[in-house]
Each structure stands twice: as structure tokens, then as C-alpha cells.
Design a protein around this ligand. Sequence first.
Ligand SMILES: NC(=O)C1=CN([C@@H]2O[C@H](COP(=O)(O)OP(=O)(O)OC[C@H]3O[C@@H](n4cnc5c(N)ncnc54)[C@H](OP(=O)(O)O)[C@@H]3O)[C@@H](O)[C@H]2O)C=CC1
Ligand SMILES: O=CC(=O)O
Length: 324
Amino acid sequence: MSQRKNVLVFRALPPDLLERIAQRHTVTVADPRRAEELPRFLAALPTAQGLIGSSFKLDAAALERAPALEVISSISVGVDNYDLPYLEQRGVMLCHTPGVLTETTADTLFALILCASRRLVEVANLVREGRWVRNIGEDLFGWDVHGKTLGILGFGRIGQALARRAALGFNMRVLYHDPHAVQVAELAGQATQLPMDDVLRRADIVALTLPLTDATRGLMGAREFGLMKPGALFVNGARGGLVQEDALLHALDHGSLRAAALDVFATEPLPQDSPLRTHPRVTPLPHIGSATHETRRAMAELATDNLLMALDGQRPACALLPRR
Ligand SMILES: NC(=O)C1=CN([C@@H]2O[C@H](COP(=O)(O)OP(=O)(O)OC[C@H]3O[C@@H](n4cnc5c(N)ncnc54)[C@H](OP(=O)(O)O)[C@@H]3O)[C@@H](O)[C@H]2O)C=CC1
Ligand SMILES: O=CC(=O)O
């Protein structure tokens, strides 16, 4: 039996998974995003050997308070909340949850495409608010999705799952950009890799499915929105920091972007005074890409497995750091 260690759980876990961890280690549960729990979180950091949670920025300054730390097990695939060079230099293991959320997140992205193209929120509100008194007119017609060209920036797990839905389910052409030359056999003839600017120029719908890093922060700015086809739809299911939000608003209000469908924002939760919250041509979601019962459960299980393996001195398959 390995040594009992201190684990700080900074995002709610299902009770049975908490119990699994507590059988082996000493657990503190404290969500730093809740003001009343922050003091307990800060008090537990100095002795914590394992951290498990998500949706909270743990930068170098925060982790300086955790000198005993051995592993962070993130309940997410994205790891932009962590300072990777700092963790690498300290030798702290970082694990994440790739794969188990891929299909659900691609579903969400495709739902956003359909929702924004067919204006589902607008017309549902018309019915709810008792304004459906005659057949709708052209002012509320939508745009077809089937047969269009979908551009995908970031052709990894989620990008490919989105491409499959588009090409195989909706007869769409797929253009994608990724640093790797990725080929997906079942999409042969229906998905083409191009430089990013060509994807932007040629796609009717552009979707982001790439990670937020120092290299990709602010990737979509005025120049990039300016390259997009007149009347195109922009979809972000990855991270808000990839987009210069002022440039997006400008493209909506003064450029030729038709609409934006966004699951993620530069600041989350979206500030009350953000123009993106109420813009008539923005479909905003509260970062729900992976938020189904089944997938959130699978993510929590995988993160728990990762944590326990790492605290046992093993390297889980989902360890990103230390790099091999
Ligand atoms: N909305 C939500 O709730 C969710 C959002 N996400 C976000 O989606 C992201 C992608 O997840 P996933 O598909 O599993 O990750 P993957 O690593 O499988 O795919 C991302 C791909 O994007 C590539 N990439 C990196 N930089 C660029 C660039 N400048 N241009 C084009 N492609 C680039 C990566 O290449 P390389 O490997 O070389 O870096 C990789 O092939 C996550 O990082 C996360 O931020 C994920 C889940 C849910
Ligand atoms: O945004 C979600 C993630 O898993 O990353």
C-alpha cells in the first residue's frame, strides 16, 4: 500500500469518486471560485501533493503556494489554465482527459452550427413569447447547413469528429488547417487540408477546435475575420482567448460576418456588460461543450484514475507533463 498523501479537490466530484480517493488519501474539498471556500483552498495548498479539478487558473504564483505538489489532474482536455513551462521545470505531473469528451463536444459544435444557421433560439423565443400569430416571413428564414463548406481550424480529436458529422451526415465539404498533415480515411475525398487563410477565404462556416497556447492566443483578429467569406458563420467551441472579441464584434457590426455561435469567451462567465451577451446575431452558450451527464461522469472517472495512478508513482497514459 502506498503512502497516504494530501489531495485537494477544487471542483465538485461525484461522491463515489471522492470516496475512492479518500480510501487512499486525505482529501480536502474546496472550490476557490466560491468566496466562502477560498480560505480553505488556500490553507490546503501548502501541503497538497495532488490537485484535481478544472475551470480555475492555477498559474505559477498560485502554485508557488504548493511546494509539495506532485500532480495536477485536470478534469478537462484543455490545459490553458496551467503554466506548462513552470510545471515542467518543477517536475509536477499534469494529466488531462482527452478522448472521453470528443464526441459530445463535436455534438455541441454541430448543434451550434444548426442553431445559428436555422435561427432556432430566435424562432423558439417567438413561440414562447406568444408572438407566433401568423406564418413567419423571410426576415426569420435561416440558411441551409447541408451541402455547405465547413472550415475547421485544429484537426485533432474534436475537429475530426466534427468533420465526420459534417461530411458523412450533412454532405458538407470540409476544409481544415492543422500543423500536422492529418488524413482521415473515412473522409477521403471530402476533407482537404489547406493553409489557414485559404480555409478562412473559402468556408461558409468556420469552426475553431484548436488549443489556446501562447502561439494561438488572439489567432482570430481583424485580418482573419476580414478574410472570411461575406455571410459566413463563425463558431468557437475551443477557447475564448483564441479570438480578439473586439474584432469579432466589428466584423459582425461593420463587416460581412453573418453570425457567431460561441460556447467560450475570453472572460467566463461572460460579463453582464459584454456586447456578445445580447448581440442579436450571436448565439452564446455557457461553455457546455462536454456538459452531458455521461461525458462529465467519464471525465471525472478518468481524472480520478489519473490522479490515483500518479500519486502511486506511475505515469498515466493521459499525462502531458513531464514530457518524455
Ligand atoms: N467548449 C468546450 O467545452 C470544450 C473545448 N475544448 C477545447 O478544444 C480543444 C481541442 O481539443 P482536442 O480536439 O481534444 O485536442 P487535439 O489536441 O486532439 O486537437 C487540437 C489540434 O489543433 C492543432 N493546432 C494547434 N495549433 C494550431 C494552429 N495554430 N492552427 C491549427 N491547428 C492547430 C493541434 O496540433 P498540435 O497537436 O501540434 O498542437 C491539434 O492537432 C482543447 O484544447 C480545448 O481548449 C475541448 C473540450 C470541450
Ligand atoms: O473546455 C473543456 C475542456 O475539457 O477543455
